[in-house]
Design a protein around this ligand. Structure first.
Ligand code: GLP
Length: 249
């Protein structure tokens, strides 16, 4: 896994956006998965800016959702769908119906798994998976103890994830389960990018990069993907024993 440490959140966001843009230039009809949460908001800002000022053409790419909270849809502020649509998709000149496939957390979740799996299979796997890291090391909603052999799946959310959810909704909602792309999609992806910023992620980032590869720390398993990069700001990299910029692991 390649490690890129940027000096702050803004430069990390710009570096990841540039990485995504380079990929789109090479493969205009790429299938890209982008995460919800707070970490990617700066990346989305850069991508929207690039579409307006740098002539980057998003009109041929396809986007697929990473995850969604059970029972939630676009109308709930803080849902993955609301985040992705408001901060990114609605601001890009793209056809939302044709180019974006998103989980509906209020529909039949088993059917949603089949629908999203099929969308990915129809495109022949993900070209790029961009993943945030949860405080417990989850990616998407693949919680500690993850089964790596799953495509889209419904997951009981652990206590850490449920309590962290308050930061998105301002209150504890009934989010006992999540629906998520499973690890098999990430392991089959042509390329994976992990992102983490801020000091509060420093402990889990150290485990993800320098700890053993284990299912209890789902994000550590991304090290199995040959073409993978983790982008950090300096604060998130603080606990790494091997401090380096653009270090190769
Ligand atoms: C959330 C979401 C993930 C997200 C991760 C990190 O629970 N399920 O998609 O990537 O946890 O979130 P944040 O970027 O807000 O720290």
């Amino acid at each position: 896994m390649r490690i890129v440490v940027e000096k702050d959140y803004e430069s990390m966001s710009k570096a990841v956006a540039d990485h995504i843009i380079e990929m789109i230039k090479k493969k205009p009809n790429a299938l890209i998965e982008l995460p919800g949460g707070d970490t990617p908001l700066g990346i989305f800002k850069e991508l929207v800016n690039a579409s307006k000022t740098r002539n980057v053409d998003f009109s041929k790419c396809f986007f697929v959702s990473l995850d969604e909270w059970e029972n939630l849809g676009y109308e709930t502020k803080g849902s993955c769908k609301q985040t992705l649509f408001d901060y990114l998709y609605k601001q890009l000149p793209i056809d939302l119906e044709k180019q974006v496939c998103f989980f509906d957390g209020k529909a039949d979740l088993e059917k949603e798994c089949q629908r999203v799996d099929q969308f990915i299979f129809d495109h022949g796997n993900l070209d790029l998976a961009v993943l945030g890291i949860g405080m417990n090391g989850h990616v998407g909603f693949n919680e500690p103890g993850v089964d790596e052999n799953q495509y889209c799946t419904i997951v009981p959310l652990d206590a850490v994830t449920q309590s962290v959810s308050i930061k998105y909704f301002g209150e504890q909602l009934n989010v006992a389960h999540g629906i998520t792309l499973g690890f098999k999609h990430f392991l089959n992806a042509k390329e994976v990018i992990l992102i983490a910023d801020s000091e509060r992620k420093a402990d889990i980032v150290q485990k993800v990069i320098e700890g053993p590869l284990k299912n209890e720390v789902p994000a550590s398993l991304i090290r199995k993907v040959k073409n993978s990069t983790i982008y950090l700001d300096r604060q998130a990299s603080k606990k790494l024993k091997h401090q380096s910029l653009e270090a190769g692991y």
